[in-house]
Design a protein around this ligand. Structure first.
Ligand code: ADP
Ligand code: MG
Length: 348
């Protein structure tokens, strides 16, 4: 599906490991005072006054991404976003990342330039410094590992475990878009296999495709909470699906949840795609992952500060742990939530 418009091809062997590292890191400049020394030594040096947070993610071609519809620049951007999202989910500010790469000789310098252009954009948009990494060859495909480092004052650290009974359950943005976008991309890939000359018009699915290919970590939500002077009692980002994340908050906090189906924030385009694919929209929202929105709980006394805010939806509340996690539909019926979100070992 993706046409390679870049005609120049430079094999990675021509540059060698150090030439490659110098080449792809040359456009990165340091933006954070806490970054004392970035790329170039045996280890980066970071100096923090507050708490330091660390998170890492591994992305494997064919398992986590498909380069037939994922442009390398988008992959670079997304790899950064999924890590920054984990730092934001702790109510913290990301400050540095490291990138480790295993690449087969199928990839050219120009391909890695594309990947790093996405990484650079992610760093720029979120004021994060690239401070190191590792580069090695692989016998097949591309493997990418990103580690993000962040910081926050001790009293602001927000874990999964702080939700209390009666707290409000809040989510940012809208849900189900990334999953709907994936359905479209998978369908177009199948069509392309049969008819490579087919030029699909994807403009009416633009929002969902962008949610899948170019997710944005919710820096704005963390800034908003700070402005509103609200510290969530618990928080998690939505990578595997709403249902799975609610169950994580429930287990860590030892509370149950009531989630109201009619409160779920869903873009009209997602509803349209679900109709097209004969999928239940609520199921897509509960089980479809990769929205990278923030899901959090706040004390009831914060209600006035967050109600009616366009970025935030109150979708439920915490209850007694023994009641479990229940979806309440329009008829008032309760349906127990299960984690059908993607689980890596189920597929092994
Ligand atoms: P070492 O052999 O000591 O691990 P390397 O020669 O692999 O060091 O790396 C040299 C420098 O380049 C280090 O600062 C390392 O963090 C950085 N680096 C290596 N690969 C990457 C990469 N893919 N992206 C960003 N920085 C990298
Ligand atoms: Mg090394």
């Amino acid at each position: 599906m993706l046409e390679d418009k870049n005609t120049q091809k430079t094999s990675l062997a021509e540059l060698g490991e150090f030439g490659l590292i110098n080449h792809i890191t040359q456009y990165f400049t340091v933006k954070n005072a806490s970054t004392k020394y970035a790329v170039g030594d045996d280890a980066a040096v970071i100096s923090n006054q507050d708490e330091t947070l660390v998170t890492t993610d591994l992305l494997i071609e064919g398992v986590h991404f498909d380069l037939s519809y994922m442009p390398l620049k988008h992959l670079g951007y997304k790899a950064v976003m999924v890590n920054l999202s984990d730092i934001y989910a702790m109510n913290a500010q990301p400050t540095q990342i490291t990138i480790s790469l295993a690449v087969s000789n199928r990839f050219t310098l120009e391909a890695l330039e594309e990947l790093y252009a996405g990484i650079l954009l992610g760093c720029k948009n979120h004021k994060v410094d690239l401070v190191g990494g590792d580069t090695t060859s692989s016998t097949s495909g591309l493997t990418l590992s990103v580690t993000a480092i962040g910081s926050v004052k001790e009293e602001k650290v927000t874990r999964r475990s702080g939700a209390k009974e009666n707290d409000l359950l809040v989510v940012s943005g809208d849900l189900g878009g990334a999953y709907s976008g994936l359905q479209i991309l998978e369908r177009e890939k199948a069509v392309f296999k049969v008819n490579p000359n087919n030029q699909p018009d994807l403009s009416s699915y633009a929002y969902s495709i962008e949610r899948q290919l170019k997710p944005e970590a919710r820096k704005d939500v963390i800034e908003l909470l700070k402005e509103l002077n609200v510290t969530p009692s618990s928080m998690i980002d939505i990578s595997d699906g709403l249902s799975s994340e609610i169950l994580h908050l429930s287990k860590a906090s030892q509370v149950g949840f009531h989630l109201f189906e009619d409160k779920l924030p869903i873009d009209p385009e997602v509803i349209k795609i679900c109709e097209e694919f004969k999928l239940n929209t609520t199921t897509a929202v509960l089980n479809g992952g990769e929205d990278y929105e923030l899901l959090f709980t706040v004390a009831q006394k914060e209600f006035d500060k967050i109600k009616n805010h366009p970025l935030l939806s109150i979708i439920g509340h915490a209850c007694d742990f023994r009641g479990g996690c229940q979806l309440i539909n329009g008829l008032g019926q309760q349906i127990e939530l299960t984690a059908q979100g993607w689980q890596s070992f189920d597929e092994a």
